[in-house]
Design a binder for this molecule. Structure first.
Ligand code: MN
Length: 253
């Protein structure tokens, strides 16, 4: 049986990373692309609910949508594909998705959406800057995709992959999500008329590469592969809420 693979991204249908992802997966099955018509980076898990969405077929098995990565997955699964795909891959993002940045990521959110539909889902990012060389990432994607299609993934869990955009890699590490804070996350700039405006992004990342984190792996030139769980509950926090805060004992609520 031919494997069906749904791919998307957040950088838009014209991204070189999406083309690389398609060429990586084409040997493994029928690849169907449903991607946003423009850059949606940092759109997170947004769904478009206040305007109509249109699907435009660009070529065979390639569709573009005037919406978010999550819209693309929802339309792909519910309207474009005839059957559930064997795999969903989002990327290759032009830039890393590490630590706290995962919560802003459209790339990772598309994989979250796939995971919610119980489809084995992977997010892939190139950690580095232009020019991107996707050859190594393509090889990794093929290897890991075959594994995931064979073995599946743990329940409610996606695979977040970051591949350093450098010639020499040290290897590959299974990691946990680290922290990635930003120094001066908001830039204050004057426009040509001297008025102040603000631009989010462009600050200096303060990478907290604690042991075993995705950030540490990338800092040390390893590919990072993190199992990301959809359950955001802090299970230890339940007893703190119940016992220390006594929330369930509150009276006169
Ligand atoms: Mn992006």
């Amino acid at each position: 049986m031919t494997k069906i693979i749904l791919i998307t991204n957040d950088d838009g249908i014209h991204s070189s990373g999406l083309a690389a992802l398609k060429s990586a997966l084409t040997p493994l099955g029928r690849v169907i692309t449903v991607a946003p018509d423009r850059d949606n980076s940092a759109i997170s898990h947004a769904l478009t609910m206040d305007r109509p969405l249109r699907i435009q077929q660009v070529e065979t098995d390639t569709y573009c949508v005037n919406g978010t990565p999550t819209d693309c997955v929802a339309l792909g699964l519910n309207k474009i594909l005839e059957a559930k795909p064997d795999l969903l891959v989002s990327g290759i993002n032009l830039g890393p998705n590490l630590g706290d940045d995962i919560s802003y990521s459209g790339t990772v959110s598309a994989a979250i959406e796939g995971t919610m539909y119980s489809i084995p889902s992977m997010a892939v990012s190139a950690a580095g800057r232009e020019p991107y060389d996707f050859a190594r990432a393509e090889k990794i994607i093929r290897t890991l995709s075959l594994k995931v299609m064979d073995y599946g993934l743990p329940a409610n869990t996606l695979m977040n992959i970051n591949v350093p955009n450098i010639a020499h890699l040290e290897g590959i590490k299974v990691t946990r999500q680290g922290r990635r804070l930003w120094k001066q996350p908001v830039q204050e700039i004057a426009d040509p008329r001297g008025r102040t405006f603000y631009w989010i992004g462009g600050g200096t990342p303060l990478l907290d590469g604690g042991r075993g984190t995705d950030v540490e792996a990338i800092n040390n030139n390893y590919i990072s592969v993190t199992p990301i769980h959809l359950d955001l509950t802090n299970h230890e926090g339940i007893s703190f809420f119940k016992e220390d805060l006594g929330i369930e004992d509150l009276e006169n609520i």
